[in-house]
Design a protein around this ligand. Structure first.
Ligand code: GLP
Length: 257
């Protein structure tokens, strides 16, 4: 595990964009596992900026997204399809056939999960998986449960996730209760994992994820077992870790800008 400590959201975004750019430059046809939420927006902005300057080329890059709301159409503003199109895909030269996101409109969960698992397998492995962190420790939409779900599955979102994500919906819009998400095994099979965390509201769960027991009740805790995990977190997100100073984690902290 390597933790880059950065000042704020802006620095986190720049550092993460640097790491992703290096991956694309080293392997132009790499498979990137992508995430949504507020956390990666700044990273995507930075990648777009570097693309526009001519420093990055997405022509051969393949992407696979973590999750999508069930029952939400790709052109719906709340869908993760729409989010990805607006924040990244429409702004770079990625080939649409290389973009993969769960199909929220497939009503039959077993059909969609099997389709998505097949895509993940056919891609031959994810080179770098980008992750955000939910307030309850969820990654993708792998919510706290009794067991780690291995493959793509349909998940009933917890009340706290529904509430956290409700800020992105208009007042009269129905917030979906279900989502399709890549499973824990697929995430862990990524060659590299890049976890981004920003803000004081994530400080406690970040500490628990990195220093607590590995348990499905804190899904992100499983990341402790990955052998190439990089975390980019800002000072606010690291505040609890820095206060309690667990020996195993403090050793991994690196100042960065
Ligand atoms: C959603 C997404 C996750 C994301 C999480 C955190 O639930 N499914 O992939 O990591 O939100 O979101 P935010 O970055 O907005 O805090």
């Amino acid at each position: 595990m390597k933790i880059y400590q950065v000042k704020d959201y802006k620095e986190m975004s720049r550092k993460a964009a640097n790491i992703i750019s290096a991956q694309i430059i080293i392997k132009p046809n790499c498979v990137l596992g992508l995430a949504t939420g507020s956390t990666p927006i700044g990273v995507y902005q930075q990648l777009v900026e570097w693309y526009q300057k001519g420093d990055l080329d997405f022509a051969e890059v393949k992407t696979i997204n973590l999750d999508e709301y069930k029952g939400v159409a790709p052109d719906n503003k709340q869908s993760y399809h729409y989010f990805m199109n607006k924040n990244l895909f429409e702004k770079v030269n990625i080939n649409p056939i290389n973009i993969n996101i769960p199909n929220g409109l497939e009503e039959d969960s077993s059909v969609e999960c099997a389709r998505y698992n097949k895509i993940i397998n056919n891609l031959g492995g994810i080179d770098m998986q980008l992750l955000g962190l939910g307030h309850n420790g969820h990654i993708g939409f792998n919510e706290p449960e009794g067991v780690f779900e291995i493959g793509t599955h349909c998940v009933a979102l917890t009340q706290s996730t529904i509430e956290a994500n409700s800020r992105l919906f208009e007042k009269d819009e129905i917030i979906p209760n279900y989502a399709y998400t890549m499973g824990i095994k697929s995430i862990l099979q990524a060659k590299k994992i890049l976890l981004l965390v920003s803000g004081e509201d994530k400080a406690e769960i970040l500490m628990e994820s990195l220093n607590g027991p590995v348990t499905p009740s804190v899904p992100a805790s499983i990341l402790q077992l990955h052998n190439d995990l990089t975390i980019v977190a800002d000072e606010a997100a690291l505040s609890v870790i820095k206060l309690r100073k667990p020996a195993s984690i403090v050793m991994e902290l690196e100042e960065s800008c």
